[in-house]
Design a protein around this ligand. Structure first.
Ligand SMILES: Cc1cc2nc3c(=O)[nH]c(=O)nc-3n(C[C@H](O)[C@H](O)[C@H](O)COP(=O)(O)OP(=O)(O)OC[C@H]3O[C@@H](n4cnc5c(N)ncnc54)[C@H](O)[C@@H]3O)c2cc1C
Length: 558
C-alpha cells in the first residue's frame, strides 16, 4: 500500500505519520483505521501483548460489567457475526482472547512494538513533529501522536507506613501475575472494596484459608446474574437468553440485527442499549417504586441506575434507590453489625456502581472477616501483616485492590512537552483541561482517546473508543486533503468546554462524593470532575458539529 505522508520531510526509519501509544482496544482499532486510510502508523506498548486493560487486570473474577454483546467492537459486521461470547459478562481471559483475535484477524501485530514504554514526547516546533523517546533509548518521530494510553492503566498504591517490611507476597489487582496464583491454605488480606475487589473477593474467599477485607468506604454493588449464553454446539439449539437490558434476546436474535442494538445504544446517555424507566422515582407510590427497583435489580447490572429518570439528578430520588440497595444488603448479610458496616450512606452512582456475583453473600462465610477501617485507618504494615483497630492481622498474602490514578495518571507519567516547552504537568497543575477530551491547547498534533472532558468511563467504552477513533481518522484525512500540517485546540474553545463540563457536573449526583472520577483516591490530586457527564449523544453531536465546521475550536496551519 502507498503511504501518504504529510509534507516533504526528511525521514528516518522511525518516522511515522502517526505514532500511537497503547495497544488496547483504542490503539488496535485506530491502527486498523489509519492503515486503511494509507497512513504510516506504529503502535508502541509497554505490555508484551495486545489488550491493555485485559492484559494487565488478571485477578480472579475480572470480567466486564457491560454485557459482552455490547462490550465488543461494532466497526466490523463480520467480526460481530463470527465472534461468540460464552457468558453474559465475559471473563478477562475471554476478552483478552478477543483482543488477540482482532489483532490477528486484521493483521495488526506487524505494526506493534511491545515491551516498549514511552517516557517522553516532545513537540519540535521547527518541523512540527513529535519526538518520542522510549525506555530502550530509542527515538521515534511522528507528525501526530495519539495517546491511546487508557483511562485506568496506572495503578495506585496509597502510601502505608511499613508496607515494604511485609514479608508475604503483595499483589495489585491492576498488575496481576500471568501465572496462576493459588491462595489455598493462606491468610489473605484485601485492601479496598471498589469494583475490582468486589469481583475478586467472592472467588478468593472460596480458596483462602481466611480472608480479611479491609474496608475504608463501603461500595454499592448490584447483582450481575451472569450466565452462559452461547448455543449448544451439539444440539444446535438456540443460545440461552443473552441479553437483558433492552430485550430478552439470544445471541442469534441479537446478531440478526446487531446494527439495531448498536443504534439504540448510541442514543443512550451511557452508550448502552437498555430500556430505562421514563418515570420519576418521586411521582410513583411506594409499592410501584419498590416494584420498579426490584425489576431493575432482577435485570442486573449497571442499568439499575436507569430504574427512574431522576436518580442521577435529584438527591431525594437518589435516596430511594440507595435505600432499596441498603435493604438488600441488610437482608443478605446475616450479621447485622457486618451488614451495617457494608451499607454505604452516600448517594448511589456517585462512585462507579459495581456489578457482582455473590459479593454480600460472601460475608456470611465463616472464613471471611470484614475489617472496617472507615473510622480509624490502617495504622501500619508489619512483617507479618496489617496493624489496624489496635490489633495485628497476620497474613500470607496482601492484595492491593486500590484502583488507578484514573484518566490523567498515565499521561502525566510521560514527560509530554508541547509548544514552547510547555509541560503537560504544568498545564494540568490545577486539573486536566482539554477540548472535548480529544485535544489540548499548547499541544499541537496530539490527540487523546477518551481523555478527560469526554464521556469515556461513564459510558460503554467500546462505543466511546470507536467514536473517538472515527473522529480522529476523519480529522487526519481532512488535514491531509487540505495540506494542513498542524492542528491545535484553542484556549478559548478549551475554556468554554471546561465551563460547560463543570456546569453539567455541578448538580449531578456523580459529583456529590469523593471518587476516582474527581481524583479523590489520589492524595493531592486537584478535584475536577474529569469525565463529561452531559451524556454520549450530546457529546457526539458536539464532536460532529466541530468536524462539520472544519474543526471549529481548533487552529489549523498549513
Ligand atoms: C477491571 C476493569 C474492568 C473494566 N470493565 C469495563 C467494562 O465492563 N465496560 C467498559 O466500558 N469499560 C470497562 N473498563 C474500562 C476499560 O479500561 C476500557 O473499556 C478499555 O479496555 C480501554 O481501552 P484503551 O485501549 O483505551 O486503554 P487500555 O486498555 O488501558 O490500554 C492502554 C495501553 O496503553 C499502554 N500504555 C500506557 N502508558 C504507556 C506508555 N507510557 N508507554 C507505552 N505504553 C503505554 C498500556 O500498557 C495499555 O496496554 C474496565 C477497566 C478495568 C480496569
Amino acid at each position: 500500500m502507498m503511504h501518504t505522508h504529510f509534507k516533504n520531510r526528511k525521514r528516518t526509519d522511525s518516522d511515522y505519520d502517526v505514532l500511537i501509544v497503547g495497544a488496547g482496544f483504542s490503539g488496535l482499532y485506530l491502527l486498523h483505521r489509519l492503515r486503511g486510510s494509507g497512513f504510516k502508523v506504529r503502535i508502541v506498548d509497554r505490555a508484551s501483548d495486545v489488550g491493555g486493560t485485559w492484559f494487565w487486570n488478571r485477578y480472579p473474577g475480572a470480567r466486564c460489567d457491560v454485557e459482552s454483546m455490547q462490550y465488543a467492537y461494532s466497526f466490523s459486521p463480520e467480526l460481530e457475526q463470527e465472534w461468540v461470547w460464552s457468558e453474559k459478562y465475559a471473563t478477562q481471559p475471554e476478552i483478552l482472547r478477543y483482543a488477540r483475535h482482532v489483532a490477528e484477524r486484521f493483521d495488526l501485530r506487524r505494526d506493534i512494538e511491545f515491551d516498549t514504554t514511552v517516557e517522553s514526547a516532545v513537540f519540535d516546533e521547527s518541523n512540527h513533529q513529535w519526538r518520542i523517546e522510549t525506555s530502550e533509548g530509542r527515538t521515534i518521530s511522528a507528525n501526530f501522536c495519539v495517546m491511546a494510553t487508557g483511562c485506568l492503566s496506572t495503578t495506585n498504591t496509597p502510601h502505608f507506613e511499613g508496607l515494604d517490611s511485609f514479608k508475604g507476597t503483595i499483589y495489585h489487582t491492576g498488575n496481576w501475575p500471568h501465572e496462576t496464583v493459588d491462595f489455598s491454605g493462606e491468610k489473605v488480606g484485601v485492601i479496598g472494596t471498589g469494583s475490582s475487589a468486589i469481583q475478586a473477593i467472592p472467588l478468593i474467599a472460596k480458596q483462602a484459608k481466611h480472608l480479611y477485607v479491609f474496608q475504608r468506604t463501603p461500595h454499592y454493588t448490584v447483582p450481575a446474574w451472569n450466565r452462559r449464553i452461547e448455543s449448544d454446539p451439539d444440539t444446535k439449539t438456540s443460545g440461552r437468553r443473552a441479553y437483558g437490558y433492552d430485550a430478552d434476546l439470544t445471541i442469534e436474535e441479537i446478531k440478526a440485527d446487531y446494527a439495531g442494538l448498536r443504534g439504540r445504544a448510541r442514543k443512550m446517555f451511557n452508550a448502552l442499549a437498555f430500556i430505562p424507566n421514563r418515570k420519576s422515582a418521586l411521582e410513583v407510590d411506594d409499592i410501584e417504586r419498590q416494584n420498579g427497583y426490584e425489576g431493575f435489580w432482577q435485570r442486573g447490572g449497571v442499568v439499575f441506575l436507569g430504574a427512574y429518570t431522576d436518580i442521577g439528578t435529584s438527591l431525594e430520588a437518589n435516596e430511594t434507590a440507595a435505600e432499596f440497595v441498603r435493604e438488600k444488603i441488610r437482608r443478605t448479610v446475616n450479621d447485622p453489625v457486618v451488614a451495617e458496616a457494608l451499607v454505604p450512606t452516600y448517594t448511589i452512582g456517585c462512585k462507579r456502581l459495581a456489578v457482582d456475583t455473590d459479593y454480600y453473600e460472601t460475608y456470611n462465610r465463616s472464613n471471611v472477616t470484614l475489617v472496617d477501617v472507615g473510622q480509624s485507618p490502617i495504622q501500619k504494615f508489619t512483617q507479618q501483616g496489617v496493624y489496624a483497630l489496635d490489633q495485628e492481622f497476620t497474613l500470607d498474602s496482601l492484595i492491593m485492590a486500590t484502583g488507578f490514578d484514573a484518566m490523567t495518571g498515565t499521561l502525566l507519567k510521560i514527560d509530554i512537552r508541547g509548544r514552547s516547552g510547555l509541560t503537560l504537568e504544568d498545564k494540568w497543575i490545577d486539573g486536566p483541561k482539554g477540548y472535548l477530551g480529544l485535544g489540548i491547547a499548547g499541544f499541537p498534533n496530539m490527540f487523546m482517546i477518551t481523555g478527560p472532558g469526554s464521556p469515556s468511563v461513564l459510558t460503554n467504552m467500546m462505543q466511546s473508543i470507536e467514536q473517538h477513533v472515527d473522529w480522529i481518522v476523519g480529522c487526519l484525512e481532512y488535514l491531509r486533503n487540505h495540506n494542513i500540517s498542524t492542528i491545535e485546540a484553542t484556549e478559548s474553545a478549551e475554556d468554554d468546554w471546561a465551563a460547560h463540563n463543570d456546569a453539567v457536573a455541578d448538580n449531578h449526583m456523580r459529583n456529590s462524593c469523593s471518587s476516582w472520577y474527581v481524583g479523590g483516591n489520589i492524595e493531592g490530586k486537584p478535584r475536577v470532575f474529569m469525565p463529561y457527564v452531559g451524556g454520549f449523544p450530546r457529546y457526539v453531536e458536539k464532536c460532529n458539529e466541530v468536524a462539520d465546521q472544519n474543526y471549529l475550536g481548533f487552529t489549523l496551519t498549513t
